[in-house]
Design a protein around this ligand. Structure first.
Ligand SMILES: C[S@@+](CC[C@H](N)C(=O)[O-])C[C@H]1O[C@@H](n2cnc3c(N)ncnc32)[C@H](O)[C@@H]1O
Length: 217
């Protein structure tokens, strides 16, 4: 575990769904959830609909949602409490920092990122969440054989994501090198996805598998 667990100040969230940094540091995610289980992580969950539905579909997994947006966090906390869902925890923070600070090497079973902010202006591309630095971080934090899922409606961001992960020797594009998926039948449709689909946007899905070998950032 990184020595700087800076997250967990979730004053606006029901404490049952927040993460106590001391506990995380001392006992890891097994202690936070009270059980060992495959860990799925979603960064930028928005209103949290995908986390809720994934947690329902896979009660045998633990889920961690990472988000910067306070209202989304608050809403998700309320829904988890209302629906009695016990296998989700929420971390308020910036995705790259949380990945660095809160997850040891190989801890993540499956990673999700849906419709990250596109930052369309060229001078803002460096602010994009999905890029080479994320690939390096995920190669370290995702277990060998683990899966990574991304979705975007933004063409040039999709190409950047594909080029980044296709070029990294630690990931295999499950759609085939250079390819995207255009349908994922069992997918949970997120709020942004529904909005973009209603406008007729082309949505691209990316699915990568971390190779079995190697490790380390
Ligand atoms: C365009 S919205 C997509 C929300 C949701 N995934 C969906 O598909 O409906 C992007 C979300 O990512 C969050 N976000 C942006 N940058 C982030 C970062 N670096 N770390 C964590 N969350 C981030 C934003 O607050 C926002 O809720």
């Amino acid at each position: 575990m990184g020595s700087r667990v800076r997250t967990g100040t979730l004053i606006e969230v029901d404490p049952r769904f927040g993460v106590d940094p001391d506990r995380l540091r001392a006992e890891g995610w097994t202690g936070v959830f009270g059980r060992p289980a495959p860990l799925e992580v979603e960064v930028g969950f928005g209103n949290g609909i995908s986390l809720i539905e994934m947690a329902r579909r896979r009660p045998e997994h633990n889920f961690v949602g990472v988000e910067l947006y306070g209202r989304g966090i608050e809403k998700l906390g309320k829904r988890l409490a209302h629906e009695g869902i016990g296998n989700v925890r929420i971390v308020k923070g910036e995705g790259m920092e949380v990945l660095a600070d809160c997850f040891p090497r190989g801890a993540i079973h499956t990673f999700h990122c849906n419709f990250p902010d596109p930052w369309p202006k060229v001078r803002h591309h460096k602010r994009r969440f999905v890029g080479p630095a994320l690939a390096v971080r995920l190669f370290d934090r995702v277990r060998p054989g683990g899966d990574l899922f991304f979705a975007t409606d933004f063409d040039c961001y999709a190409y950047q994501m594909r080029d980044t992960f296709d070029a990294h020797p630690g990931f295999v594009n499950r759609a085939g090198s250079g390819e995207f998926l255009y349908r994922m039948p069992d997918r949970i449709v997120t709020k942004y996805e529904a909005k973009f689909a209603a406008r007729g946007a082309t949505i691209r899905y990316l699915w990568y598998r971390r190779t079995e070998g190697g490790g380390g950032a």
